[in-house]
Design a binder for this molecule. Structure first.
Ligand SMILES: [Zn+2]
Length: 319
């Protein structure tokens, strides 16, 4: 850890407010009562944030934990083949619980338990997703239908054949014909619009969660989740969560396209970025181990994985 970061870490930590303070901010007395009752004592350990600087300080505390851990074990956790440090896992779990309780209370949308539709995913699971997409499998063949946004490049090249849909659809004969003509690099670039390769998913660490629905149309301005998105944009930062993939982060190429459903607990996701920046070689070695069963499927991501890791939104929005 650089000296400047150490100095910041030595400064007093952000204020740990009592939950009453948080819930008042959320807006309803009902939320206060319901969430306090659900969390009991554990609620006292949860953190709320009011500024980017507080998130940076919390990130530095996580970095301190990681820097005192075995880097090989930390890397294994990051690439989805090992466990999170216990205290880091506890903090992520508590903050995600706090977020989902507040979302439920703030939007009246859903039972908190059903808000998270996808969270921690190991490297083996991500490899199945990658292979299923790479092989463009139809539903009956173990695929899952539509799977991701078609890039501008492919749209420009094959628009007449692909039709009006915004997503690749392995059940669509014309899409299958186009896909079969793509090079390995083009396939990887298409997949990377919405899925990362095994080892480079933010879901490996448990820091990120997909909320409500991963269907882009649900999140459009007049879509069924427009109100939930407004709530998250205004309030998720209070619990430490930021939208990782935004319209502006997606403007950096190569990058994952905007995902209104994907929110990451910034103190951990940012500490992970710092860990990778400080020593990419440990992570790279573990990624190569994950990919060496079929290196031809990873030619492009092998050269570009850091772009997909680092071209993300790193700023929280505090309303
Ligand atoms: Zn996600």
């Amino acid at each position: 850890m650089p000296d400047a970061a150490k100095d910041r870490y030595k400064k007093p930590m952000y204020t740990r407010r009592q939950f009453v303070g948080i819930a008042t901010g959320v807006g309803t007395t009902l939320a206060l009562v319901a969430v306090s009752a659900a969390f009991g004592k554990a609620g006292a350990q949860r953190k709320t944030y009011t500024s980017q600087q507080e998130l940076v300080e919390a990130k530095n505390a996580i970095s301190e934990i990681l820097s005192s851990s075995d880097p090989v074990k930390t890397a294994a956790w990051i690439v989805g083949t090992g466990d999170a440090p216990t205290s880091v896992k506890t903090e992520m779990d508590q903050q995600l619980d706090a977020l989902t309780q507040a979302v439920a209370a703030g939007t009246g949308a859903k039972d908190p338990a059903s808000i998270v539709v996808s969270r921690t995913r190991d490297a083996a699971t991500q490899r199945r997703i990658w292979d299923r997409k790479y092989d463009f499998l139809r539903r009956g063949d173990g695929g899952a239908g539509t799977f991701g946004t078609i890039t501008e490049e492919s749209r420009g090249q094959y628009g007449d054949t692909l039709g009006a849909g915004i997503q690749w659809d392995p059940d669509n004969e014309a899409h299958r014909i186009v896909w079969s003509s793509l090079t390995p690099e083009q396939r990887q670039i298409e997949i990377l619009q919405t899925s990362t390769a095994p080892g480079v998913s933010q879901h490996h660490s448990g820091a990120a969660a997909d909320l409500f629905s991963t269907e882009p149309n649900d999140w459009s301005n007049n879509g069924p989740l427009a109100a939930q998105y407004t709530w998250l944009s205004r309030n998720a930062a209070r619990y430490g969560f930021i939208q990782t993939y935004t319209a502006s982060s997606a403007k950096d190429q190569p990058a994952v396209s905007a995902e209104p459903w994907h929110w990451a607990y910034a103190p951990v996701s940012e500490a992970i970025l710092d860990f990778i920046r400080a020593d990419p070689s440990t992570i790279r070695g573990q990624l190569e181990n994950l990919w060496n069963y079929a290196p031809g499927r990873y030619t492009y991501i092998h050269e570009n994985w850091q772009n997909y890791v680092f071209h993300v939104n790193e700023r929280a929005h505090f309303a």
